[in-house]
Write a protein that binds this ligand. Structure first.
Ligand code: AMP
Length: 388
């Protein structure tokens, strides 16, 4: 086994969004130096790093220089070009490994991997060319969802198919690219398991986290859930099977559908810390970001126990549509924690930050997080206008 990478060493982060930012903050708190490889200047991760390398992700000379400047490399989003990860791996450890990227960059490969591990997934079939359309409709039927095999997230590159004759135009609308047709799941809850595996094969997890989406984007996460313990244990076993099957090192999230008849199906795998795990920063002894750092540095995993129930509400760019949100009103919520990601432009649907509320139960924390977020939309009232 390789020697652990200890505080004082330099962590390289491929990608520069909010996940990299929160990882960098955890790393710097523990005395590591951080270098981020970013496609933009002054990125959310770059703002809190020791150094920001700015170059296109597929520019291999910059990737080589970056690799020389750091002791280990991890990534914060899975659409890093495979060639870039492979180039870096020639000189510097890349964790998780590039095989993981190869599988999770493509929905079809990911579903095939899960099926191959004997894990429960909704029925699906691949679409590569026009002739496949009638075959996949025969296999999967309706209602179903057509998804691009590559580069889809937060519902992008997805079309719902209500009737068989909608499939051809749906495939046109996603550019006739390689796709997967999935049977629509009639779920009662979406939930995730964020877990970690260390270099020595140690496993840690944060249990099931309930996830509520709006417009296909995560809106609210709550932990713990009221899901029966046997079902939670099944979800955790699935997550463990996935990280072991991938010989994974790092933090990984498995997203699930829970159905009314008590089944649990894997929807998606994210090979990195996940939006639903942000609440672990305040709620757990060890956050998902410190856990990622520990795993990629070859350290033992931290204690993933919850200290308090928690809920996380995302702050999307839409909140800025009438100007700056009302931060002053939020400050009165003493157990709600604000995270802003340092993004310069607020666009509808863009993740700008999040709130985490801690309380005595998951539902109570959810209520507080939502109430606090609602305050942000209230207009500022100056002292003068209030007394008039
Ligand atoms: P994804 O990008 O695959 O995670 O999809 C984003 C969201 O779309 C999910 O969180 C679900 O709310 C919904 N969705 C995706 N696939 C399905 C499916 N097969 N059945 C029902 N809803 C789905």
């Amino acid at each position: 086994m390789s020697n652990p990478i200890l505080p004082g060493a330099t962590i390289g982060i491929l990608g520069s969004g909010q996940l990299g930012r929160m990882l960098a903050l955890a790393a710097r708190r523990m005395g590591y130096r951080v270098v981020t490889f970013s496609s933009d200047n002054d990125s959310p991760t770059g703002q809190v790093s020791d150094r920001e390398f700015v170059a296109p992700y597929d520019y291999l000379p910059a990737a080589r220089t970056f690799a020389q400047a750091v002791d280990v490399v991890t990534y914060e989003f899975e659409n890093i070009p495979a060639q870039t990860a492979a180039t870096i791996a020639e000189t510097t450890p890349v964790r998780p490994n590039s095989q993981v990227l190869h599988i999770t960059q493509n929905r079809l490969r990911e579903k095939m991997f899960c099926k191959g591990q004997g894990l429960p997934v909704t029925s699906f079939a691949p679409v590569a060319e026009e002739a496949d359309l009638s075959v996949v409709m025969e296999q999967v039927g309706t209602p179903s969802i057509l998804k691009t095999a590559a580069a889809g997230y937060d519902g992008k590159g997805q079309v719902r198919i209500g009737f068989p004759d909608e499939l051809a135009s749906a495939w046109d609308s996603i550019g006739r690219s390689e796709a997967i047709l999935e049977a629509e799941v009639d779920f009662v809850m979406e939930a995730s398991v964020v877990c970690a595996r260390s270099i020595t094969g140690e496993f840690a997890h944060y249990g099931l986290i309930e996830n509520r989406h709006e417009r296909h984007i995560l809106d609210l996460s709550i932990a713990p859930t009221d899901v029966p313990v046997e079902l939670e244990a099944e979800a955790v076993d699935i997550a463990r099977c996935i990280v072991e099957g991938l010989e994974y090192v790092g933090v990984l999230c498995v997203e699930f559908f829970l159905t009314a008849d008590g089944r649990i199906l894997v929807n998606e795998i994210a090979p990195r810390p996940h939006n639903s795990g942000h609440l672990t920063i305040e709620a757990c002894v060890t956050s998902q970001f410190e856990q990622q750092l520990r795993a990629v540095c070859g350290l033992p995993l931290g204690d993933a126990t919850y200290v308090r129930p928690a809920a996380m509400a995302n702050l999307l760019g839409d909140l800025w549509s009438d100007g700056e949100p009302n931060w002053a009103a939020l400050a009165g919520h003493r157990s709600v924690k604000l995270h802003l990601y340092g993004k310069h432009e607020a666009r509808p649907g863009r993740k700008m930050g999040h709130l985490t509320a801690l309380a005595n139960s998951g539902p109570e924390a959810a209520e507080q997080a939502l109430a606090a977020r609602h305050l942000l939309t209230e207009k500022y009232v100056s002292k003068r206008s209030r007394t008039m």
